[in-house]
Write a protein that binds this ligand. Structure first.
Ligand code: PGA
Length: 248
């Protein structure tokens, strides 16, 4: 059985005080959650969030990292810095990073390999544009992202990888893929994992859906056979909504 994972992706929102208040407000309400509870936060909030989440079941994720341990990379943060704080997960290859910060399948792959070698669990994002969907290319695009992003990831590491299928046209737009549409693409992703790693491993990998998930649609999304969680942007910013998502 795959343990569901609900992750709030705060993107570029919240100050340190707001982040700490958020954790203090939700921590008792989510303590009996049956899912993995994750907050993906801007780098500057990570130390205070790790401190606030100490002794709770809330895991903290970075939203990006460089693949090198150190070096002349102004503005970047490294896996060693995340290790230092005890950050458990890192979102990699989010479509906003691919779109605005020139991330490619190749750079995402380097980051996935680096995260795994530093004991950081990658949440690797994939998803098609509206144009690609309309041209019937969804599966091709997503499968290519999966294959290229996971290149050289060893079979015994795959269980640690979380994939997040986020159709770009559904992010922040209020348009969700129907649960059925999302499940179809996610099953196709799992088929690709079967081809790459065999059935046993493919069945252990958690694949989230993301794109306009909110309290009103989360349970239907989570009831789909191949969907193991949600990566939630806008609706993860308010404590009540976040708690409702975790308790879908
Ligand atoms: P959204 O964002 O829930 O606001 O659509 C999802 C994401 O980008 O991870």
């Amino acid at each position: 059985m795959r343990k569901p994972i609900i992750a709030g992706n705060w993107k570029m929102h919240k100050t340190t005080k707001e982040a700490v208040d958020f954790v203090n407000t939700i921590k008792d309400q989510v303590k009996d959650a049956t899912v993995d509870v994750v907050i993906c936060a801007p780098a500057l909030l990570l130390p205070a969030l790790k401190e606030a989440a100490k002794g709770t079941n809330i895991s903290i994720a970075a939203q990006n990292m460089h693949y090198e341990e150190s070096g002349a990379f102004t503005g970047e943060i490294s896996p060693l810095m995340l290790n230092d704080l005890g950050v458990e997960y890192c979102v990699l290859g989010h479509s906003e990073r691919r779109q605005y910060f020139n991330e490619t399948n190749e750079s995402v792959n380097k980051k996935v390999l680096s995260a795994l070698s530093h004991g950081i669990l990658p949440i690797m994002c994939i998803g098609e544009t509206l144009e690609e969907r309309e041209e019937g290319k969804t599966n091709d695009v997503v499968n290519e992202q999966v294959k290229a992003g996971l290149k050289d990831v060893a079979a015994n590491e795959m269980e640690k990888v979380v994939l997040a299928y986020e159709p770009i046209w559904a992010i922040g737009t209020g348009k969700t893929a129907t649960p059925n549409e999302a499940n179809e693409v996610i099953s196709e992703i799992r088929n690709t994992l079967v081809k790459l790693y065999g059935e046993e491993i493919a069945n252990k990998v958690r694949i989230q859906y993301g794109g306009s998930v909110k309290p009103a649609n989360v349970s239907e999304i989570m009831s789909q056979s191949d969907i193991d969680g949600a990566l939630v942007g806008g609706a993860s910013l308010k404590t009540d909504d976040y708690v409702a998502l975790v308790k879908y």
